[in-house]
Design a protein around this ligand. Structure first.
Ligand code: C2E
Ligand code: CA
Ligand code: CA
Ligand code: CA
Length: 279
């Protein structure tokens, strides 16, 4: 790793210049990425550990950049967020995910839930409810086929507004999941007021399970907490059999993690659904 201490002034400023340059290249590319069809949606299965059935998928954005190749969201979502580009991009993800689910259902595949991430900027968009509603209508799916994922931190930046927004979405029939849960330690009182159907345990808690006693306690508490507010709970980032056994032993059966499947392009999901649904 490069030191960023006192004695590296010239070196570091060059590094910063390069970083800023790279950022500029990405931002200008991102403006055109949507129109040029460079953005694609992958889907990661959510599995019922009791049966092995796929019960849902989460839509996860990827960017096939003409020069830089296959980019994961952590390298461009923050830029999309800063520039406001996440608004049109997020709307496109919503539409794409809803019509993808409609297409799978039309082919007779048994899949009833697609989850889509909403960023903090989208939560501040006054037209969000309208856009979500239209995406569902246009695709011709049921509102409860769509689950909207909001992060714990986004909610608690602006709790009153976000609670009102989520209530509106729930009135329209959509589901709500609280993503990356456990990082911000929401107060119980606020959590009780949040209209959430599902809590997603943040994947960083699974890295050292079952050896790290603190993480063990946190995960156990989150599972309990979800139960006490009547929310479903899903474990994200389960990578091995030990982690799976740990959560299943504690009554959490829904799993999204590499142990089962990585995020996959739509045609691979389709093949997978065909293969697994008649078991
Ligand atoms: P997230 O919403 O927490 O999504 C789950 C991330 O965990 C995905 O990373 C997924 O590939 C990864 N993951 C799942 N299982 C495992 C596992 O067993 N081990 C490990 N190490 N990782 C696992 P991905 O696809 O790189 O996405 C990163 C983040 O980018 C997402 O985190 C989400 O915050 C954001 N993102 C992705 N797509 C969208 C989008 O369409 N809109 C917005 N606003 N954000 C998005
Ligand atoms: Ca998510
Ligand atoms: Ca997450
Ligand atoms: Ca995240």
């Amino acid at each position: 790793a490069k030191a960023r201490g006192g004695g590296c002034y010239a070196f570091c400023s060059q590094e910063l210049r390069e970083e800023a340059q790279q950022k500029k290249v990405l931002v200008s590319g991102l403006y055109r990425a949507l129109d040029k069809g460079e953005l694609v949606v992958y889907y990661q299965p959510q599995v019922d550990a009791a049966t092995g059935n796929i019960v849902g998928v989460e839509a996860l954005l990827r960017w096939v950049h003409p020069e830089l190749g296959f980019l994961l969201p952590d390298s461009f979502i923050p830029l999309a967020e800063q520039t406001g580009l996440i608004i049109p991009i997020g709307e496109w993800v919503l539409q794409t995910a809803c019509s993808q689910l409609a297409a799978w259902k039309k082919k007779g595949l048994r899949i009833h839930r697609v989850a889509v991430n909403l960023s903090p900027a989208q939560l501040r968009d006054p037209q969000l409810t309208d856009k979500v509603h239209k995406a569902v209508e246009k695709a011709g799916i049921f509102p409860d086929n769509l689950e909207l994922e909001v992060t714990e931190s986004a909610v608690f930046q602006n709790p009153d507004e976000v609670i009102a927004l989520l209530q509106e979405l729930k009135k329209l029939g959509m589901r709500v999941a609280l993503d990356d849960f456990g990082v911000g330690y929401s107060s119980l009182i606020r959590l009780k007021m949040l209209p959430v159907d599902r809590i997603k345990v943040d994947r960083r808690f699974f890295r050292e399970i079952p050896s790290n006693r603190r993480d063990v306690a946190i995960v156990e508490n989150i599972i309990q907490l979800a139960r006490s507010i009547n929310a479903a709970v899903i474990a994200e980032g389960v990578e091995n059999g030990q982690q799976l056994e740990f959560v299943v032993d504690r009554g959490c059966y829904e799993i999204q993690g590499y142990y089962y499947y990585h995020p996959l392009p739509p045609e691979e999901i389709e093949a997978l659904l065909l293969r697994t649904q008649d078991r």
